[in-house]
Each structure stands twice: as structure tokens, then as C-alpha cells.
Design a protein around this ligand. Sequence first.
Ligand code: AMP
Length: 307
Amino acid sequence: MALLVVGTMAFDAIETPFGKSDRIIGGAATYIALSASNFVQPIKQVSVVGGDFPQEELDELQNRGVELGGVQIKKDQKSFFWAGRYHLDMNERDTLDTQLNVLADFIPVVPDSYQDCEFVMLGNLMPSIQHSVLRQLKKRPKLVVMDTMNFWMDSAMPDLKELLKHVDVLLVNDSEARQLSAQYSLVKAAKHIMAMGPKYLVVKKGEHGALLFHEDKVFVAPALPLEEVFDPTGAGDTFAGGFIGHLASTGDLSFNNMKNAIIVGSAMASFCVEKFGTTRIKEISKEDIQRRIGQFAELVNFDIKLI
Ligand code: AMP
């Protein structure tokens, strides 16, 4: 089943305790599409880039079954740019710079050929743009998943809350869940957020895994204990790509399959952090993914007899 993805396609500059990168390719929609393309094709991308965005990167996405008819190229402008620095505790990062550039006056246009998408991933982006994409779809998709971040909570909370009413699954990290709900307990935060619209909430906790909430149910997925986390940039988006990619490829929206989707997302994210930027996520094979999902199953598999 076709998947529509909207989000940033960007240049990033990253500093981690292990090193520093100059401008490398990043962006939420880039990571989502790279990750999801292992599970579902076609992916129909909506985004905007400047004339500085390398053609090879666009070609590579196309070779992976990503359609770019909805990606505007503004030849005379610069692509979105983000710079961030990670602490030794890589769950903590500071945004050093966010330059909207082409994003500042971006009006997304969803091509007619995208109307068949039953799965929609609203990647991290200005909430009003995410909403505009959703409004352009003539038929309500089967599943709408949304990601966002503190930047938009600080600058566009009313728009974000309006959009939440139309979303099935929200993906955020723990501090964002707390900020959005004004609750410290994640269980209380989940109740508050699910009352805002989403039926499902996924709370990502970096190296501590992820939680899935739905009604009164909770599921916990671990993160793979890795000796070295090189660069966590894009891990959230890569998670999102694996999560919705699995759901779109199976078409099964039961709670049980959502659990599987969380494991697939976690497995994909565990690759992403192994190298800088998109490097690792571009080089892995289907076999690598299968093997890693197997490792996740082992990680939490136990057989206990209750007395
Ligand atoms: P993640 O590490 O999964 O949260 O996502 C990192 C990616 O998000 C980077 O590649 C950035 O280009 C992109 N990004 C950073 N800030 C924003 C923002 N305010 N809106 C949209 N995308 C962003």
C-alpha cells in the first residue's frame, strides 16, 4: 500500500562526543523515506529543497521507490539547515541553529497521483504545513501518524493541538510528551495526549526504548544495548519510517501488530545511530534488518512459570 511522507529534507551539522560533521544530508522526511523503503513502495514524498540539495541524493531516493513529484525544488534558495550538539548522555541534545530557508514560505502541493495513499506519515515539520497536506487528501487515509518536536511546541502550539484532532498515532520523545501534556508521569501524559485526538501514543526514550499506549494498554519495547552510539540524529525519524513501513506493508492496524511495528521501528533506529547521518541506514540489507529484529525478540523473550 502506498505511503505518503511529508517532512523536511535538509542539511545538518552535527557535533557528538565522538566527532563533528560539516553539512551532511538529513531531514525528517529523508530518514523516514530511507527507512520505510525497506518495507513499502511506492513512497510519495512531499517536501521542499533549495538548489543546493544534491541531485545524487534525490536519485538515490528515487532508486529506492520514493516518488518526488511532491518535492519542490527552489533553485535560487537554500535548503532547510539544522545544527545540533549532543551531550555525553546522548539522550540530551541542544539545537544550535535552525534556518528555515526554503521552509519559511513553503506551500505544499499534493499531486493527484498521491491521492491513493492510505498511509500518511506527517514527519516533523511546521504543524500548519502538516495539516495542509492532510487537508488536501480527498479521502480520509487508513492511518495518519504524526511526529513533532519541542521547537514546534514552543512556536506553534495552537496549530499543533488543532492538527492532533485529526491524527491516529502521535510519536514524541519523553520530554516532548511531558511538555505537550504538562504532566510529569508518562502514564498521565499519555491519557492527556490521547484525549487531544490520537488513539495511540508512542513515547520514544532513546537508549531506554519506547512505550506504546492505547486506551488502558501499554507495551514496552527495549532499545538494543549498543556499545557505541555514534550519532543519534535521525533515530526518531528512522523509527517512524520502520513503524509506519511495517504497518503499511501488512495493512494490519491491530494493537498486536502495532507492537510489532514498534519493534521494527526500534530495530531500524538501532542501525541509524551506528554511524553519522544517513550513512548506516543507506548501507543495510534486508538480511541485516531480519537479523536485528531477531535480536530484539531474543532481548525480551523469557519463559516464566507462575506458581
Ligand atoms: P531526529 O533526530 O529523529 O529528531 O531528527 C533529526 C532531523 O530532524 C535532522 O536531520 C534535522 O534536519 C531535522 N530537524 C531538526 N529540527 C527540525 C525542525 N524544527 N523541523 C523539522 N525537522 C527538523
